[in-house]
Ligand binder design. Structure first.
Ligand SMILES: Nc1ncnc2c1ncn2[C@@H]1O[C@H](COP(=O)(O)OP(=O)(O)OP(=O)(O)O)[C@@H](O)[C@H]1O
Length: 309
């Protein structure tokens, strides 16, 4: 879907992005992770031509974006940023309808689309449609921003630290909402964050940037397998690596057959990190895992979890 081929971006002597080659498969959530100044936003903004590469090229669906008309390109790519950027004097519905209007959709089709999108992002249409941006909380505004980016049903979404200004609870809620929307719509999503937990909560694939260079890429579990070295070790935090690794593994991978009666119950798709958190909060060294298609259910034991590799 997106292919960066040896792309660099220089500002004077400095390479903000340095010879990055990376493929983002169709339908995946690929997270660009790195410390502040590592080049994440610069790399992402090459996709919708807010930044032009000094070298290399960016392909979307096999086509070099350098040959596309920037306005037209951007209309086909959803873009969500931290500051949301809603038009303050427009109601929520009008904000969401920005691109469909530009595309000349009929009013009835636009109104129906706005309703669908508000529901999709978890906002009741009758309550929110006619509000102005200043009548929304930060989390609600970000949901509207997401609805606006999805309005014309673009196959690709670029999301640049969209949840960074929100409190931890709201942020987790939006991460869950985004995963659900992704499962429902199958969009390809390129997501920038410097937050390791957010990256692991969202990513099908991770691309780790350090000083403009791509230093690791792949599935989160593979990336954190064994002893991560160098910048990856630093970015994930040496003392937290084992904990983060638990977030990449399904709880059911360590399930034993056993009597689960009266034990605290995990969701079927929980990770080992969620299991550890539930054990701590419930003061229970054992948990139950529900049966699901292809899995007969079972129990999870603290001793297995702490010795997991
Ligand atoms: N227009 C510009 N002119 C000069 N330098 C720039 C410009 N844009 C970015 N840079 C530099 O390029 C480097 C990478 O910036 P970028 O914004 O891509 O990093 P980032 O990883 O997204 O950081 P953050 O998480 O803080 O947003 C930084 O050192 C930044 O100062």
């Amino acid at each position: 879907m997106i292919r960066f081929e040896g792309v660099s971006r220089r500002y004077g002597e400095q390479a903000a992005v340095d010879r990055v080659t990376l493929e983002v498969p169709r339908g995946s959530i690929c997270v660009l992770l790195g410390e502040s100044g590592s080049g994440k936003s610069t790399l992402m903004r090459m996709v919708n031509r807010l930044v032009e590469p000094s070298a290399g090229r960016v392909l979307v669906d096999g086509r070099d974006v350098a040959g596309a008309d920037p306005e037209e390109l951007r209309r086909g790519i959803g873009y969500v940023i931290q500051s949301v950027g809603l038009f303050p004097h427009w109601r929520v519905a009008d904000n969401i309808a920005t691109v469909p209007r530009l595309l000349g959709w009929e009013p009835a089709r636009i109104a129906a689309r706005v309703e669908t999108l508000l529901e999709l992002v978890g906002l009741e249409a009758t309550l929110f449609r006619d509000r102005f941006p200043h009548e929304l909380s930060g989390g609600q505004a970000q949901r509207v921003g997401l609805a606006r980016a999805l309005a014309a049903d673009p196959p690709l979404l670029l999301m640049d630290e969209p949840f960074s200004a929100l409190d931890p609870g709201t942020r987790r809620g939006l991460q869950v909402a985004l995963r659900e929307i992704h499962a429902e719509t199958g969009k390809t999503i390129l997501f920038v964050t410097h937050d390791v937990e957010e990256a692991l909560a969202l990513a099908d694939r991770l691309a780790v940037l350090d000083q403009g260079q791509l230093v690791a890429q792949g599935r989160p579990a593979a990336l954190l397998e064994g002893a991560a070295q160098g910048p990856v070790r630093r970015i994930f935090g040496e003392e937290s690596l084992a904990f983060h690794r638990l977030a990449t593994l399904p709880a059911r991978s360590l399930a034993r057959v056993g009597d689960a009666d009266a034990l605290p119950m995990l969701p079927a798709d929980a990770t080992l990190k969620q299991a550890l958190m539930l054990m701590l909060s419930e003061n229970s060294a054992r948990l139950a895992l529900p049966a699901e298609a292809g899995f007969g259910g079972g129990t999870l034991h603290w001793t297995d979890l702490v010795t997991a590799r």
